[in-house]
Ligand binder design. Sequence first.
Ligand code: SF4
Length: 306
Amino acid sequence: MFFSPPVKLVPPVFRPPSEANSLLIQVTIGCSNNKCTYCDMYRSKSYQVRDKKDIFKDLQAAHHFYEKHGQMPRRIFLCDGDALGAPTNLLKEVLQEINRLFPQLDRVGIYATAENMLSKTKEELEELSKLKLNMAYLGMESGSDKVLHKIVKGNTAQDMIEGTRRIKQSGFKLSTIVMLGVGGKQLSKEHIEETAKVLSEEPPHYLSFLTTFSVPGTPYHKMEERGLISPLTAKELFLEMKGILENLELEKHKDSPKVIFRANHVSNQFPLGGVLPRDKEKLTNTLKEWIESTPEGVYPPRPMTM
Ligand code: SF4
């Protein structure tokens, strides 16, 4: 049976694939950064933090709907692009209402930038985490400052490390996204080495790779047209993926972390997954086979959706 709670979402709305069955609630509209050159997700929206009473209305309407159908949601995802940037007090009140209405809930998830994580104290994040907001998704994209600067990410590699550390220490699970090919051919080597360094320094709980496709109309696409960013071929993308995995040094941590790794986004040519560092060799061997069997000069097909 398909459930569709009567929550009025301001489109377009995005959520991570793993939140497919979550109840979506908008706390903010758009993205407070909205400058990353490759991203067109929220360009049509002006950033705003929603009124508490409107958010509560959505929650109460959803509760009424689920109660009528005799089934409550297990997860809630707070939208939009970087809802963790909303004021802590508002998030706390929203979470208290969520806990009151949906006491059976397993967790609440949210998109977060490194900026969002660092603008809150560890104590504030801990308070949120105790209210079940304990799954955050970070679009790190790259660990290279040169790449981050080029795509106007608004955060440095050090911010990514410190933000990751703070949110993990506050009781959150963190899922980090890396964009393959985002620096183009020009910065591929740097992207590989520096991304592996940042991930090794402060590993997330979940790591996913997705492939960069330049969206027409974005500043990124314009840079590509001007030859300032040259897209990677399928083989080069595999090389980048293999290079990042090979350069990871997760074993250096005293309690070797278990990072759930996925490269199965619709933008990736072939799905790949495992647990790091345990499956590092298996994954890199698979990639080696793909690299050997992929001809030069072939570009990956464009996904229908991102
Ligand atoms: S922070 Fe995320 S949502 Fe906002 S512009 Fe950058 S990529 Fe897009």
